[in-house]
Design a binder for this molecule. Sequence first.
Ligand code: NAP
Length: 647
Amino acid sequence: MNAHSQPTPASNFPLPITDKEGLRSALAEANLPTLLMVYTTYAQDRAYLESFAPYMTGIYTAEAPSNVPEDMAQDLRDRLFALLTSPTPPVERPIDPELLRTMMSVSVGEEVDPAIMPVLYDQMGFERPVPRKDIPGRIPPPAGFRVLVIGGGMTGIAAGIKLGEAGYDYTIIEKNPDLGGTWYENRYPGVGVDTPSHFYSYSFELNPDWSSYHPKGPEIQNYLTGVAEKYGIRDHVQFQTMVVAARWDDAQSNWHVTLRDVKTGAERVEVANAVLLAHGVLNRWSFPNIPGLDSFKGPKMHTAGWDPDMDLTGKRVAVIGTGASAAQLAPAIAGKVSSLVIFQRSKHWVLNNPDIAVPVNENIHFALRHIPHYKEWFRFRVYWFTGDGLYGNVKMDADWPNKDVSISAQNDAARNYALHYIHNKLAGRPDLIEKIVPDYPIFGKRIVLDADGGWLDTLLRPNVTLETDHIDHIEEDAIVTKSGKRYEVDVIALATGFELAPALGPLKVYGRGGCDLAAAWGKDEARSYLGVMAPAYPNFFMTLGPNSAPNHAAGVNMVLEAQIHYIIEALDKVVAAGGKAIEPTEQAYLDWNVKVEDQMKQMIWSHPKAKSYYLNSKGRNYVSCPFKLADYWSWTRNPDPEAMVIS
Ligand code: NAP
C-alpha cells in the first residue's frame, strides 16, 4: 500500500442498496469477473474464487458474455444481492496480498505478476491519495516557490491539481481560450477515443458516467473541464498565451520565461522556479508538403483545425491519410458527402474493437455507480487488456520462427485476429484486401481500431474510393495522382497527423550556461532521463518526453500521472534539502539511454519492415517507451538519489 494513500472509505458506497430492482437488473448484466472481485473483496473466500478460474478467459470486450456456467453465475449474483442488500452491511477487511494477486489473475484469466499490485492500488482508484500537503512531517515548499506549467490539456490539468495539492504555487500557460488540449482542438466529425475511457481518465477522478466505452471528443472535453472546475484550476490559467522561450538563470537559480499574448503578440517575461512542459506530443499539426496544395481553391482543413460549421452535404471530399483520425472522420462524413476519395500513402493494420460503438447501458451504469469497488475492478480489467496485457505484442520472442510476419505468439494471434476481421468485412473485395493488409507485423505502427459501421464498412460504400496511387500534385480544384488520375474535389481534409520533430516545437529552452536544448537534440534526436529530465536543465521537467510514450497500448493517462508524481517528488527533494534545483547526473542520463536502446532492439519498432512516426530520420525510435507501463510506473515513484544532483 502506498504510504501516501488511505483506503477508499466504504461510506462512498452507501449500503445496503435499497433499489433492489435496480440492483437485480445490474447484477444480471454486469461484468461477471468484476462482480466476482467485488464479492471476494467482502467474502475473501479463496476456494469460491478459484472455482471460477477454469471459466475465465483472456478474451476481452467490455460486455463479453462469460463462459461461467449459468448456475454458478446466478449463485454469484444471488450472493452479491444478499450481501449488498443486507440490513447489516458487510464489513471490509484488509485483503491478504496473496489473495489479492490471485484475484487479479482470476479476474483476467491469466497469471498476473505480483509486481503489478502497487499499480493496482495507485492507478485503479482503490485508494484515495492524501493531498501531499497533509502528509505529516513533509516540509512544505517555501512561499512563492513557483512552477510554470506549459499547456492545459490532460497532463497540464493533472499537473495543476497535484501541484496545488502539494502546496506549490503554479500557473498554467495555455495557448487556447479553454482547457482540454487535444480534446479542445480536435473537433472533426467522429472524433473520439479508441482507447477505453474507463481506463483513459484520471485515477483520482474515476467517472462512472461515461456514456459509452469509447466516448466522443466533446464528452472527454467535458470530463476534463469538469475535473478542472472541481479542483479550481481555471484561476491558475493564463489563457491565449504561448510560451516562446525559457532561460535558466544560473545566478538566481530560476527560469525566465518569455510569454506571448496570442491575440496581441505582446511579449513579457515571468520568473518561475521550475518549468513543467505539458504541451502535448500530438499537438503540432503536420501539413503535407504536396506541390500545389496552396493553390487549391476550396476549403482545406487539418483534422485538428476543423471548422465545425463546415457543411459537407453533397460535397466531393478528399481525405489525405489513413491513420486513426482519418478512420474516425471518414465514417462520420461518408453518408452525407456526394463522393469521398481517401488517399493512402502506406498501410495501417486494422483491428476489430467491438466496444467502440457500444453505449454503456443503464444497468452497467448502476453497477459502476452503486456497487462498491465495481468501477475500480472494471478499470483494472480494462488496464490489463488494453494496456500491459498487450505488451507481448510488441516484444520480440527470440525463438519465434518466421519473424518476417510476426514477432511472438501473441503478436501472431493479433495478426490472425485482424486478418480474420479484414477478410470477413471485405469478403468479395479482394482489391480492397490487397490495398489494406500490410506486410509488416501488426503493432509495427499505430493500429487503426475499427468496429461495425466504421472504417472498413465505409470503404465498402459506393461513394467511397480508397486510392493507393500516391499523390503527385494538387490543382485548384483537383488532386492528381502519380499515374495521372485526377480527382475533382470541393474540400480537402488533411488527416496527416502531427509533427513530433523537433520535440520542443518552436519552444526555445536554454539551460546552464545558456546551453540550447533544441540545438542539443538537433532535428529529431531528443533524449532524456526517464522521459522527464535532462542534465544541465535544472528544474525543467518534461511529460511524455523522449521514449516515454506508451505505444504498445492504452496508458497515456498512467504515464502522465506517474511523471507528475515523479516531478513533484523531485521538487519535494529540493525543498527537503533546502536547495533550489534538481537535475539528473550525466551518468544517469547516459545509463538510461543505454537501457532504452538495449530494450528497443527487442521491440517491434526495430523490425526492419516497421516504419512509423515513432522513428527519427536515422531509424531510431525516440518516441516510444519500450517498457511495460507497470515497470515505468515503478521507476517513477522516487528520484534515485544517486542519479540526481541537488544544487
Ligand atoms: P497519423 O497516425 O500520423 O496518420 C497520418 C496519416 O496521414 C498516415 O496515414 C500518413 O501516411 C498520412 N500522411 C502523412 N503525410 C502524408 C503525405 N504527405 N501524403 C500522403 N499521406 C500522408 O495521424 P492521425 O491519424 O492524426 O493520428 C495521430 C495520432 O493521434 C495517432 O497515432 C494516435 O496516437 C492519436 N489519435 C488517437 C485517436 C484515439 O481515438 N485515441 C484518434 C485519432 C488520433 P503514412 O502512414 O505513410 O505516414
